[in-house]
Design a protein around this ligand. Structure first.
Ligand code: FES
Ligand SMILES: [Fe+2]
Length: 445
């Protein structure tokens, strides 16, 4: 592991990775500072706070944060910590409020962070309290296609630069329609797993035909889902791409077929086909022909802990992660389609999702292995596809030759090292935006 401040956890030549990063408290504490203290973190969606004075309670790493929309419609991410002694000023998950009153001594804050009222300001404090310096601590906030991100780092690059060319792929799910998306949820639960294990799993297609064999067979029999096999995956033209810490898997989509998503079955296929056909002219205008017709984002992660769309893997110690599972829907999709996708999403992922339960069983054991007194001396092996990724003429980022590869995982841990070893953002490399963003879609939606 090198010196106390210097992390070299993955050997790029062999893909061997030190298991201790999944279990050691001191490393975890450093992650909270060096990664969660300065990365752009996904914290919610604009549709969770649609009206003035709406708020939604969320987290940046382990820190409780209130996402608010103030009376002027502006978004804020406010640390839920009274500046007096530290009580939480908000005790509920969401709602609508112009102010937050601390229940300890009654200091009262506006939803734009300002400390507005202090009991006994003139009598007890003799008019000497500098209220203007005691507003709630505020993070920087930016949005991408309605998804809200926040960072504590004043020197962080723009969110647009942070996402970089990953947005070229992300747009194919999150930026398809003029009307944007809406988030439902979240469903929340805890698992005894390290947060990185499930982020790394987002690019692990290799496990699918094995881990999910039984679940997939059920879906093949009852929903008409195509059979899953290793052979199909090895021959697939689909690929992985990596940009700035973000791991993308994507499908070389069939022009005229609806995008695969949870809820598609032999019964509902026609509904998806009609929606695909009806919306394609709009999607093509927004994303250009190649992305609209030929590229479909698959499983992916946004560094550090955004997974599979609008899902959060909130760290709760080295051996525990809190999952927040949202369902994201095109806001203007027909209600019947929304219902089918919502039910399909929960049948696959979420606490009772068939695929989720297969996955969590693996992640628990991988995490437990990192606590094994003897086993942890032996590294994980992430050598698959070493030397088989590079630049591609059509697709941005570092692109793997195959759909089955551990290239994204290796690069995720390299990105982890870059954050953990840097003193500030000036020391964290960032790929410039090089992709051609055809169409009218922008960061703003
Ligand atoms: S701790 Fe909040 S008012 Fe005292
Ligand atoms: Fe899985």
């Amino acid at each position: 592991m090198g010196t106390a401040r210097k992390y070299t956890v993955i050997d790029p030549a062999t893909g061997k990775i030190d298991r201790r990063i999944f279990s050691e408290q001191t490393i975890y504490d450093d992650e909270m500072e060096k990664i969660f203290g300065r990365a752009w973190l996904m914290i919610g969606h604009e549709s969770l706070v649609p009206a003035e004075d709406d708020f939604f309670h969320t987290y940046m790493g382990e820190d409780p944060v209130i996402l608010t929309r103030d009376g002027h419609g502006r978004l804020h991410a406010l640390l839920n910590m009274c500046r007096h002694r530290g009580n939480r000023v908000c005790r509920v998950d969401d709602g609508n409020a112009k102010r937050f009153t601390c229940t300890y001594h009654g200091w009262t804050y506006r939803n734009d962070s300002a400390l507005e009222y202090v009991p006994g300001e003139s009598e007890a404090y003799y008019g000497a309290l500098d209220k203007s310096s005691l507003g709630l601590i505020e993070a920087r906030v930016e949005t991408y296609a309605g998804i809200v991100f926040a960072t504590w780092a004043k020197d962080a690059p723009s969110l647009e630069a942070y996402l970089g060319d990953a947005r070229w792929y992300l747009d194919t799910v999150f930026n398809r329609r003029d009307g944007g998306m809406q988030a439902l949820g979240p469903m929340k639960w805890l698992e005894p797993v390290n947060w990185k294990t499930l982020v790394d799993n987002c690019s692990d297609n290799y496990h699918v035909p094995t881990s999910h064999l039984a679940s997939a067979r059920v879906q093949t029999r009852y929903l008409g889902r195509p059979r899953l096999s290793h052979e199909d995956q090895f021959e697939s033209p689909n690929k992985h791409a990596f940009v700035n810490g973000h791991s993308i898997t994507f499908r070389d989509a069939d022009d005229n077929a609806p995008r695969y998503m949870h809820g598609v079955s032999s019964e509902t296929f026609q509904l998806f086909q009609e929606y695909h056909d009806a919306t394609m002219p709009e999607v093509e205008r927004r994303l250009g022909t190649l992305r609209a017709r030929r590229v479909q984002l698959g499983n992916h992660s946004i560094f550090p802990n955004g997974i599979l769309g609008l899902r959060l893997a909130l760290p709760r110690g080295p051996l525990k992660t809190e999952f927040w599972h949202f369902v994201l829907l095109d806001r203007d999709a027909p209600e019947e389609l929304k219902r089918v996708i919502r039910i399909g999403s929960q049948a696959n992922n979420g606490a009772a999702g068939m695929f989720e339960q297969d996955d969590v069983d693996n992640w628990r054991q991988v995490t437990a292995a990192s606590t094994s007194r003897f086993g942890r001396r032996h590294p994980q092996d992430l050598s698959m596809g070493l030397g088989h990724a590079g630049a591609h003429p059509d697709y941005p980022g570092l692109v793997s030759e195959r759909y089955i590869s551990e290239n994204n995982q290796r690069l995720f841990y390299r990105r982890w090292e870059e954050f953990m070893n840097a003193e500030s953002w000036a020391g964290i490399p960032l790929d410039l935006i090089k992709a051609r963003f055809d169409g009218t879609a922008t960061m703003r939606g």
